[in-house]
Design a protein around this ligand. Structure first.
Ligand code: PLP
Length: 449
């Protein structure tokens, strides 16, 4: 079956992959999907432990979402939203998001096509806010090492992992990266959550004072770092981060592209930490992969300053052909109905805790598993060459990919990323299915010896 596509496959580049000829080691051609399962073109059915790409939160092939999309296609497949033009679905979704996030005082939405757009929009609008607020010198951004904020120039620049920088030369100036509050690996070798938070917050304050608070526009971070290896900050870190931002009048942008809509066990990752950011970046779970969509949401403070700015200051010279795409909005409204009706954040908390607990023994049984960590239904196995020093395995040697390959043979798709195995299944995962993931990984690790 695959033979049919052998020539065609050479015609496109896989994102985030080597383009060198012959790099087909993890070839997988997916033909269909239903519920929490995917089926490849050879007919192998697998549990989707990756949830598409952290986004198919409501599961695949949901009739309610398909019906909403079909109805919208009949009514109005597409129209733009520039310059006073709109349509009912964009109103419905803006209303829905601002009421879902009313407790964070979220007031305005700018729609876009995905997570990278949502981040780029947040960075540009943060700068516009400061121009509107009469402090145009606030242009710099602070962020965390290991952070991932998409692939546009701004998002890449604030991203804290060199692999996304190396091939692209000079990026955006004025972006400064701080150490992530990561208990397993940090420069202080600190294993105490309270102390580590204190170190990170002190480093942050020193950086702010060094640069000058009146040069800094915003701090951007993920409530739980995803692509960097599911790094869960200590309880209390985000609250202290919010306090520091308030003290120095710095905007706090929560990149909730992965954590938004329930993945960490709460509707927002930041809400789970008891914090209200100034700007939210949303994508992925908003439409659960059915149609691309992103949204950047602004709180009252930011919205009012921009709207009340004199002259050109209140003009939003930013937006996309697909900002507020009606069919994407219709899909999102149907997805959010499911998320709320089925209380998926609660399910993520419950099943995620069970999965985490069941995976823990793997780190005792297998030398290569340094740590199992996660929150809700975002989890990672951190693979190490040496458990004592916590030295990661060499990602170029392909061990994570081999483990994932064996898990796939056991009927579960998991995602190797560098020296980690990432799990981000649909939030509709059942406890039995969590057990299937554990069993497949156990067998896969046994086969590695
Ligand atoms: N921000 C975060 C935290 C992400 O994890 C991602 C993607 O994984 C993005 C932004 C970029 O989203 P997209 O791939 O939809 O552009």
């Amino acid at each position: 079956m695959y033979e049919k596509y052998k020539t065609a496959e050479k015609k496109f580049w896989h994102p985030m992959s080597s383009s060198a000829p012959g790099n087909q080691a993890r070839r997988l051609v997916i033909a269909r999907a239903d519920g929490n399962y995917i089926t490849d073109i050879e007919g192998h059915r697998m549990l989707d432990g990756v949830g598409g790409l952290w986004n198919v939160n409501v599961g695949h092939n949901r009739p309610e979402v398909k019906a909403a999309i079909a109805a919208q296609l009949d009514e109005l497949a597409y129209y733009q939203t520039f310059d006073g033009i709109s349509h009912p679905r964009v109103f419905d979704l803006a209303e829905r998001l601002t009421s879902m996030f009313a407790q964070e005082e979220m007031a305005r939405v700018l729609f876009n096509s995905g997570g990278s757009d949502a981040v780029e929009t947040a960075l540009k609008m943060a700068r516009q806010y400061w121009i509107a607020a009469g402090q145009p010198g606030r242009t710099r951004f602070l962020s965390l090492r290991n952070g991932y904020h998409g692939v546009h120039v701004g998002g890449t620049s604030v991203g804290g992992n060199g692999v996304y920088h190396y091939n692209h030369g000079q990026l955006l100036p004025g972006c400064y990266h701080l150490d992530a509050p990561w208990l397993y690996r940090n420069p202080w070798d600190c294993r105490d959550p309270v102390e580590l938070t204190a170190y990170c917050i002190r480093q942050l304050e020193e950086q702010i004072q060094f640069l000058g608070p009146d040069t800094i526009a915003a701090f951007i971070a993920e409530p739980v770092q995803g692509a960097g290896g599911v790094i869960v900050p200590p309880e209390g870190y985000w609250q202290q981060l919010r306090e520091v931002c308030d003290r120095y009048d710095i905007l706090l942008i929560a990149d909730e592209v992965v954590t938004g809509f329930g993945r960490t066990g709460c509707m927002l990752g930041s809400r789970g930490w008891g914090v209200s950011p100034d700007i939210l970046c949303l994508a992925k779970g908003i439409s659960a992969g059915y149609i691309p969509l992103g949204a950047t949401v602004f709180n009252r403070r930011v919205a009012e300053a921009i709207e009340n700015a004199p002259g050109f200051g209140n003009v939003i010279m930013h937006g996309y052909t697909y900002s507020g795409h009606p069919t994407a909005c219709a899909a999102a409204l149907a997805v959010l109905d499911i998320v709320e009706r089925e209380a998926l954040p609660d399910n993520a908390a419950k099943v995620g805790a069970r999965l985490n607990e069941q995976l823990q023994p793997l780190s005792e049984r297998f030398d290569v598993v340094g740590e199992v960590r996660g929150k809700g239904l975002m989890l990672a196995l951190d693979l190490v060459a040496d458990k004592r020093t916590r030295q990661p395995i060499d990602p170029t040697e392909g061990q994570a990919a081999r483990i994932a390959e064996e898990a796939r043979k056991e009927g579960v798709l998991v995602r190797p990323v560098g020296s980690k195995i990432i799990l981000s299944p649909p939030l509709t995962l059942t406890t039995d299915e969590a057990g299937m993931i554990v069993q497949a990984l156990e067998v896969a690790l046994e086969r590695q010896g």
